[in-house]
Design a protein. Structure first.
Length: 271
């Protein structure tokens, strides 16, 4: 049964959810995070991305939830797995992980009509110093963006915090993809840019739900989509990293719905 959307649209077309909607987002966000906790122990050299995706699909279904990506615009997998210079939307399959590969795994589940969306970085084998720095900068950029989330601030404040941090480390922010509103739908207003000017864009209001998911490149920000229509890569073939949380704006600031229950959001848990 389709559930009627709650709340209302503000003047910017962004849905403002009532306080009771936070419970559904907490549950779906936790499940998505638990899924990424589960897969952490299976990321190692010699494993295929298809094997990882199979475990993810089984986990979501065993929990009584549904994968939001299976069937979405023809996509047929429960995750996107993006390795090394793949920016996002990497398609799981026969690709075998090699020692030193870094990868982003992105999972969205639907639990009782609510969407939980998150991604994080993993390492197969030994992590290089260069990629460790990339992962750290990307993680910290996300958390600085989240720190800017509070009523009265703007979406530009989020993007500016992320951009400032990445560029201070001589890295670049991908412009071609962004975060998005979610809740009882997969994608909705607003577009959450990971760059911008402080004070620009719509104002943040309590009850907004959205993702923040910066993609940071070691090289230039340019990307291109391959012929499969999904896989986006860096034009200069340099490595990239991404972390994603789903958040809700509260009266005091921000609630992160997709915190890792096992403390495995950052790959340093494995070292």
């Amino acid at each position: 049964m389709h559930r009627a959307k709650t709340g209302f649209l503000n003047k910017d077309g962004i849905r403002i959810h009532p306080p009771e909607d936070f419970a559904g987002m907490r549950a779906s966000g936790r499940l998505a995070a638990e899924c990424l906790d589960m897969i952490a122990g299976h990321v190692k050299p010699g494993v295929t991305t298809g094997e990882l995706d199979g475990r993810i699909q089984a986990f979501i279904e065993d929990a009584g939830a549904v994968s939001a990506t299976i069937g979405y615009r023809g996509y047929q997998h429960a995750s996107c797995i993006s390795i090394n210079h793949v920016v996002c939307h990497g398609i799981p399959g026969s690709k075998v992980l090699k020692d030193g590969d870094i990868l982003n795994i992105d999972v969205t589940c639907i639990l009782d009509g609510w969407f939980g969306d998150n991604s994080r970085m993993y390492v197969a084998g030994k992590l290089s110093r260069r990629d460790e720095r990339l992962i750290n900068v990307t993680h910290d950029a996300l958390m600085l963006g989240i720190a800017a989330v509070k009523p009265g601030n703007s979406f530009g404040d989020i993007g500016a915090a992320i951009q400032r941090h990445a560029e201070s480390h001589r890295m670049s922010v991908v412009r071609d993809f962004c975060g998005h509103g979610l809740g009882q739908v997969f994608h909705a207003a607003p577009n959450v840019l990971h760059y911008g000017q402080p004070g620009s864009g719509p104002k943040l209001e309590a009850g907004m739900f959205f993702t923040i998911e910066p993609m940071i490149n070691l090289g230039r920000p340019g990307t291109k989509v391959l012929s499969d229509g999904w896989t986006a890569v860096t034009k200069d073939r340099k490595n990239t990293a991404q972390f994603e949380h789903s958040v809700g704006v509260t009266a005091e600031g921000c609630e992160i719905f997709t915190l890792s229950p096992a403390g495995k959001f950052h790959p340093t848990w494995a070292t």
